[in-house]
Design a binder for this molecule. Sequence first.
Ligand SMILES: [Zn+2]
Length: 273
Amino acid sequence: MLESSIEQTLSTPFGLAKATIGTYKGKRIAFMPRHGVGHSIPPHLINYRANIWALKELGVQQVLATAAVGSLQLPYKPGSLVLIDSFLDYTKARPSTFFEEGRVVHVDMTDPYCGRLRSIVKGAADELDIPIFDGGTYVCAEGPRFESTAEIRLYQSFGAAVVGMTTIPEVVLAKEAELCYATVCMVTNYGAGISPHPLTHEEVVESMQENVHRIRNLFFHTIERLDTTRDCRCPHAVGGQQPLVGNRDEAQEMDANGNALAQVPSSEGSDRV
Ligand SMILES: [Zn+2]
């Protein structure tokens, strides 16, 4: 659905990142499948820093991400969409900041998933009559294995909604880069011990593919509703500390995981992010 799109490989201090860049109804959009071509990169090996840095360099300001997740609570049935608003970080071994080597920055996580952007996504979902849970906590596990039954029970006891493997460090890096960022989770299965049978990767991919067209419609409709006025705190998330790169006030819209920016889900597999 992107017009005049081109693929671009971008060089960053953290390695290469690839994006497809085009326009949609006059807005510049960058699409970045975080698992690579053919879903070849597992969640713990994704080069999150290269991806977010590349989006920032492209001028992306707002990022819409997708994530395939397991449900931790019965009301979040497989097939549900969840607009998460917070996270619990259970990753173990991922570079999770841009600020190293003498650059000390503590970024605020009061509103990790931009509330302004979330409200636009929710409004778009309502207009399209797409049911979506507005809010919920995402537990990010290290993976690539699925969670044990004991882990699922623990996460359930925290009241978290869903579990996945990709929001950390992506949401943190987006905030450090002063991007607005929101994630729509697609529930593909119940967590271990909730589901009556063992979980397979095929089951996750199958459920993802059923949801892809709904998410695509939701994201394109969201992009139509986006503008470049960002009256949230994201553009100043690192203000007063050490901005990652210079000020980018140009009114550029990209989706990308941006258009103002939005990530449009790939039709060939889950963006278990
Ligand atoms: Zn924001």
